[in-house]
Design a protein around this ligand. Structure first.
Ligand code: FAD
Length: 486
């Protein structure tokens, strides 16, 4: 008699029957409602529908979803627990490989990662892995009253400096504090979280999750020094006294258009626009303490990635009378998430594809319009996408009261002065596979190594450096013991 296949938790595994289970969609705010608030668009799963949705996973032995996940989340393992209602165990599986599943579940471009390779997706809608992960993370935190953060069994007395409190810095701080080191996180902004706080709008992920994470780390003994920029407020000589340093300073330098008129009033960088729109004044430097000028205004956003989508959708919520996105290629070449574009369209954003600004026009020192030119697409360029070519004689002027420049990010270079750290032409830190930089005892991971990327790849960068850092610190302790023994 043929043996009945079962899941890891003992449920019968009839793959054909599972493929017939209809998707359990997660509900979300209507466009009409959500443009009047800053709350998350999705309401998220509750336990019952999440368990049904998890049953759609056919538990592929090869687990392509896990292979596509930059941090190797054991997705079938977690969903096998979830479908039988073992929620704590399911959340535990995600937490084994991720310090923030509730954020990855909300923010990862799952269609290009786990859900993009989900075998169920070949016949039907892929399993809603991201939203299930977010549900489990939220449920678990709710049960425990906060983030579970490992507490050290023993103190080593060694001091570790972490530069930057984005996902990479927080993941490094969590692991190194858990290993018993005295961890201090230096952060240039007035509060922690990196782009999770100072970039990603509230309608994509609520800030209270970031607050809870910082609080849990603080309670575990991590020290945070905010409004402290390494390279300016703390010198490399001062860091000499530390046993190890992790650089997680991200890629936060907004690229410029380099066009005439960019210095006019009410021309914002994407970060300034987003943080002033999304954060309370107390979390901002004094110079940024008010909302950006957008209510009742015509707002033009330049750029074609997720950041530009965050800007247009924030402008809508600020009450702009008209919001237009300019992108120099066609929608086919856009790199951001389709879902974000769909949300922006539903919320009333105008898309001007194959259009680029050539000059920002001003009156009395403030921006009043954008001179644009239409583009056609030529042969693919070094990015693999078709090169935009200006169409002679197609110039036109778009009236604008506010312009937001969202054309990408570089790694800031201020930190490296006098550091002896090797970087490439773009300022990205050069590291080996264990996150070691060219300066002994200094490690790095995240956007500062990869260039502007994703939350989950930043976590992966920290994961690569953490074991190497622990090895380095263990060697220093052993040397210290030998010296002491004389
Ligand atoms: C607007 C926006 C939206 C995004 N949306 C998504 C999304 O939906 N999904 C997704 O996966 N990714 C998204 N990303 C990308 C993602 O947020 C980043 O890839 C990720 O945050 C990188 O993490 P990190 O830890 O390397 O750096 P960051 O998050 O950038 O954190 C670096 C921190 O270091 C601090 N710092 C820098 N220099 C110094 C210094 N000298 N001294 C002290 N502190 C310093 C910075 O202030 C910052 O807080 C988005 C990015 C932006 C800008």
């Amino acid at each position: 008699m043929a043996k009945v296949q079962t899941t890891r938790t003992g449920l019968p595994l009839d793959r054909k029957a599972r493929l017939r289970i209809p998707p359990h969609h997660v509900t979300k705010q209507t466009p009409h409602d959500r443009i009047h608030n800053w709350d998350e668009v999705y309401y998220g799963y509750t336990a019952g529908p999440a368990m049904f949705e998890a049953q759609r996973c056919i538990q592929c032995p090869a687990a392509p979803c896990t292979k596509a996940c930059p941090i190797d989340n054991d997705i079938p393992g977690a969903l096998a627990f979830l479908e039988v209602g073992k929620l704590a165990e399911a959340a535990g599986v995600f937490r084994e490989t991720s310090e923030m599943p509730e954020l990855c579940g909300r923010l990862c471009p799952q269609e290009a990662l786990c859900e993009g390779v989900c075998v169920v997706g070949k016949k039907a809608k892929p399993v809603a892995i991201g939203k299930l992960e977010a549900f489990l993370g939220d449920w678990d935190r709710g049960q425990r009253g906060g983030f579970p953060v490992p507490r050290p069994q023993q103190e080593t007395g060694q001091r570790v400096a972490v530069v930057g409190s984005g996902p990479a810095g927080l993941a490094a701080a969590e692991a190194l504090r858990g290993a018993g080191h005295r961890v201090t996180v230096f952060e240039a902004w007035p509060a922690g979280g990196g782009v999770l706080r100072y970039g990603i709008p509230n309608f994509k992920s609520a800030k209270d999750i970031v607050d809870e994470k910082i609080e849990a780390l603080r309670a575990a003994g991590v020290e945070f020094r905010f409004e402290t920029r390494v390279g300016r407020d703390v010198t490399w000589e001062e860091l000499e006294g530390w046993d190890a340093v992790f650089l997680g300073h991200g890629a936060g330098a907004g690229k410029r258009l380099r066009l005439e008129g960019e210095g006019l009033a009410f021309v914002y960088s994407a970060t300034e626009f987003l943080v002033r729109a999304n954060l309370p004044a107390v979390e901002l430097p004094a110079s940024m303490g008010s909302r950006p000028e957008a209510e009742g205004k015509r707002v033009v956003v330049v750029g074609g990635g997720d950041t530009s989508m965050d800007c247009v959708r924030s402008a809508i919520r600020l009450g702009a009378s008209e919001v237009t996105l300019l992108y120099r290629r066609s929608e086919n070449e856009m790199q951001g998430r389709l879902e974000e574009r769909m949300h922006a369209r539903e919320e009333g954003v105008n898309f001007e594809y194959l259009t680029t600004p050539v000059q920002l026009l001003g009156k009395d020192g403030r921006v009043c319009g954008v001179e644009c030119v239409r583009m056609t697409l030529g042969e693919p360029d070094e990015s693999g996408r078709r090169r935009p070519i200006p169409q002679a004689g197609s110039e036109f002027v778009l009236d604008a009261d506010t312009v937001v420049v969202a054309v990408g990010y570089d790694v800031g270079r201020e930190l490296y002065e006098g550091s002896g750290i090797d970087v490439n032409d773009w300022g990205e830190v050069l590291v080996d596979e264990g996150g070691r930089t060219s300066r002994p005892g200094v490690f790095a991971g995240g956007d500062n190594v990869r260039g502007a990327d994703l939350v989950v790849t930043a976590l992966n960068g920290a994961h690569q450096a953490i074991p190497t850092m622990r090895g380095w610190l263990a060697e220093r302790r052993a040397e210290g013991t030998l010296l002491a023994a004389g």
